[in-house]
Design a protein around this ligand. Sequence first.
Ligand SMILES: NC(=O)C1=CN([C@@H]2O[C@H](COP(=O)(O)OP(=O)(O)OC[C@H]3O[C@@H](n4cnc5c(N)ncnc54)[C@H](O)[C@@H]3O)[C@@H](O)[C@H]2O)C=CC1
Ligand SMILES: O=C(O)C(=O)Cc1ccc(O)cc1
Length: 374
Amino acid sequence: MPEGRSGGGVSRPNRSTVRIVGTGLIGASIGLALSHKGFRVLLTDPSPTAQALAADLGAGVVADGEPADVILVAAPPDVAAQVVVGQLTRWPNAVVADVASVKERVADDIRSLAEPGHLRRYVGSHPMAGRERSGAVAAQQDLFEGRTWVICPLPESDPEAVEAVHELATATGAAVTTMPAAEHDAAVAVVSHVPQLAASVVAAQLRELPEDAIALSGGGIRDVTRIAASDPMLWTQILAGNAGAVAPVLNRVIDRLTTVAAALAGLAGEASADGSRGAVARLISDGQLGHARIPGKHGAAPTNYATVIVPIPDEPGSFARLFNDVGDAGINLEDLRMEHGVGAMVGLIELSVVPAALDRLREVLEEKGWSVHE
Ligand SMILES: NC(=O)C1=CN([C@@H]2O[C@H](COP(=O)(O)OP(=O)(O)OC[C@H]3O[C@@H](n4cnc5c(N)ncnc54)[C@H](O)[C@@H]3O)[C@@H](O)[C@H]2O)C=CC1
Ligand SMILES: O=C(O)C(=O)Cc1ccc(O)cc1
C-alpha cells in the first residue's frame, strides 16, 4: 500500500512478510505462531540479546534492512507510540500495528507525533492473552489460540490495513473483535487492570505472614494471586496509561470492600451488626453472578465442567502416564490444574471434562489404578 495511494485504488497488500519490533513475551509468541503458519517473520529489538534469543527459539529471523508488509510493534506501552511512528516513517509501504495493553493513550500520542498522511496505515490492537512472565524465554506458540484479539482502528485507518492485521491475528489462532479504543480501555479496566491490582493487593498481605501461616496456602490464594507475579515496570505503564478508566472502577471496588469491612466490624462487636450478614452475602452472591458470566473456551458461553482430583506421585513419568490413560480412552480434557500436596510427595491434578464424560473418566482412571476424588 504505497504512500499517496488512497481511496478505492488501494491494492490488497502481500501479507507474507511480517516484522515484529520488540521481541519479548508477546512479540516472540506472535513470531512463533506466525512462523509456524508459514509467514516470513523478521525480528527487531533494541536489546541484541532479546532479539537473538527470539530468533534462537524459532520466532523468526534477524534481518534489519529487509522490508515487511505488516509491522507489529510489541514494545512496552510507554514507547509504543514513538516506535509505531518511527516504523511508519521508515517503511512507507508497510501497515503498522501495535499490541499495547492500552489503546486510547497510544492512539492519541501517535496522532500527535505522526504525519497525518501516515495514519491510514496504522491500526491499534491488543491480544487478550499473556502471561505473568516477561521476555522471549516465556513465549508460547499457542498463547493466542482461542483467545480474543481486539482491533481498535482509528477513523483514518484504511480498511485494507485493518484487514491485514485481522488476518495476522486470526493466523495466530485468536478470535478477532473490533471496538473503539475508548470502549476497549473501559472494558480492560474491569477485566484486566483492576484484577491485576486486586491480585497484587491480596498477595502483598502475604509478605509478613509467618511461615506456619503461609504453609496453609491452598487453591484459593493461588488462583487469586497468580498474576501478582507480573512485571511491575510493565504494569506501572499499563495502569498509568489507562488511569482515567481504572480509577473509577477501583473506587467502586473500594466502596464495596468498605461496606463489607463495616459489616464485619459490626459482627465482630465493634459497631451495629444490623444488616451485616446481608451485606456480606450480597457481595459474595454478586461475585457468583459476575463469575458465571466469564466466557468459556474460545469465547463460548460459560461452561460448567465436571472435575475430578487425581493424586499423582511426584516422580518422572507420572504426568505422561495419567494423560496417556485419559487420551487412550478418547476423553478430551477441557482444562487441568495442579496443586502440590502438603507434607507428601504427591501432586493433586484436577481434571476438567464435559459433564457427559465424567462417569467414563472416573471408570477409566480407576481401571488403570489411579485413585479418584471428587
Ligand atoms: N505481558 C502480557 O501479558 C501482555 C502484554 N501486552 C503488551 O505487549 C507489549 C509487550 O509486552 P511483553 O511482551 O509482555 O513485554 P516484554 O518485557 O516481555 O518485552 C518487551 C520487549 O520490548 C523491547 N523494547 C524495549 N524498548 C523498545 C523500543 N523502544 N523499541 C522496540 N522494542 C523495545 C524490550 O527489549 C523487550 O524485548 C506491551 O505493550 C504490553 O502492554 C499485550 C498483551 C498481554
Ligand atoms: O495472565 C493472564 O491471565 C492475563 O490475562 C495476562 C494479560 C496481561 C496483560 C494484557 O494486556 C492482557 C493479558
